[in-house]
Design a protein. Sequence first.
Length: 88
Amino acid sequence: MKPLNFAILKHFTTVKEACADDVIKALKSEYGSFKALSKNAVIEALMTAEQNGLMQESKYDMDSKGELRVYWRAHEEGAATINKYIPN
């Protein structure tokens, strides 16, 4: 099993874009017992990945509760870097 932050990054090499809720849903079966699989922790991981040049925000919308939802994507260079350093 990969460290959770690695799994979060790898997820973005398999999807066009995703929000924190999408990431949690996708990783819940394997990482559901991890305290760090929370919305705030996933958002923090994504913001860190953006600052490191691996990801970028792709769009915004509002969820059914009226909360802002930010979508992220791994651009081509970011995805290549993720795949280089985090094997399958």
